[in-house]
Design a protein around this ligand. Structure first.
Ligand code: MLT
Length: 323
């Protein structure tokens, strides 16, 4: 009897979910970006949203819910209705590193549905113009020669810039004093104004300032030079061998979001990534497209789990203090 009831309930639930998915979306979709407006996550999501709204037929509203390395914005998504009208943007920091740093009231894997892998951002080592160095070797020598550690802007403990900063300390032997912001948009303003010394930043956040000469770029943390910034050497070329890091990103929905809705958003994101104009806008910022064979929601889920297995032991061993 109980089995019969459960089967009937499941069938009714699946029918209702299919009906909802058929009319989806019938109103604007909010995408929570867990960092400040004007930063790299915000910029990527706004570029994608411009195109996604065409295929979804509804506006994409970007809401910046900031703080605690992005974990507050992710919590907002986890605790939203699983109806496809609130989804979240995130990256290696928010959806991997934060689980090893913060006491989260949610599980990064089981409380979210992966939707799609988005472009990756190589990192770039940048400083304010007043730093007396013109190469990465000189920068590292300057950092090591200081009585007090130089200040390095981050988007909070566990953010991409923070993980990259920790990795840079380990690779270079230099000590940094991390200064947390609600995103690297505001951190960049302070770098340009000379209030902080360096950022191990996402390329897309720094590229226009480096081109304009308002900050200095030393090296990109990738095996190859960035097509959009070919004048900047790689870390290998600049003397920091094997210091490679790219910050991948993605979209997630609250757990229980119907598969049909996840598939609809996935398709809209893939359409945006293959649109010539959208792609150009992303690539001009130095962003790298995700591999075509990793476009399914499951591919993001598997990738996130593999990254958790790789990064958590490293981050836990670093005993990162929260801001
Ligand atoms: C941002 O948009 O501010 C970032 O993605 C920050 C970061 O993780 O470093």
């Amino acid at each position: 009897m109980l089995k019969l009831f459960a089967a009937a309930w499941l069938a009714a639930f699946s029918l209702a979910a299919a009906a909802v998915a058929e009319t989806y979306p019938s109103r604007p979709i909010t995408v929570v970006v867990p960092f400040a407006a004007g930063g790299p996550s915000d910029a990527m999501m706004r570029i994608l949203g411009e195109r996604m709204k065409l295929s979804l037929g509804q506006p994409i509203l970007v809401e910046n819910v900031t703080g605690a390395g992005g974990s507050i914005g992710v919590a907002r998504v986890v605790h939203s209705a699983s109806d496809g009208y609130t989804i979240g943007f995130g990256h290696l920091g928010t959806h991997v590193a934060n689980g090893a740093i913060y006491k989260l009231n949610y599980d990064l894997v089981t409380d979210l549905e992966p939707i799609v892998l988005l472009p990756s951002n190589p990192m770039i080592i940048v400083s304010k113009n007043a730093v007396p160095a013109t190469s990465l070797r000189e920068l590292i020598a300057w950092l090591k020669s200081r009585a007090q550690p130089a200040t390095a802007g981050t988007a909070g403990a566990g953010s991409g810039t923070h993980i990259a900063g920790l990795a840079f300390e380990a690779a270079s032997g230099a000590k940094l004093q991390f200064v947390p912001y609600r995103g690297t948009g505001p951190a960049m303003n302070d770098l340009v104004a000379g209030q902080i010394d360096i950022i191990i930043d996402q390329l897309s956040n720094s590229i226009n300032q480096v081109r304009a000469g308002t900050i200095r770029g030393y090296a990109v943390t990738d095996a190859k030079r960035a097509v959009e910034a070919p004048e900047i050497p790689t870390t290998d070329e600049a003397g920091l061998q094997d210091f490679h890091m790219t910050l991948w990103s993605g979209l997630w929905a609250p757990k229980g979001t119907p598969k049909e809705i996840v598939a609809r958003i996935n398709a809209a994101a893939l359409d945006a990534l293959s649109d010539r104009r959208t792609r150009k806008n992303l690539e001009t910022l130095g962003l790298q497209m995700p591999p075509p064979d990793q476009s399914a929601p499951e591919a993001l889920g598997e990738w996130q789990k593999a990254e958790i297995a790789k990064w958590w032991p490293i981050i836990k061993a670093a005993h990162v203090a929260v801001d």
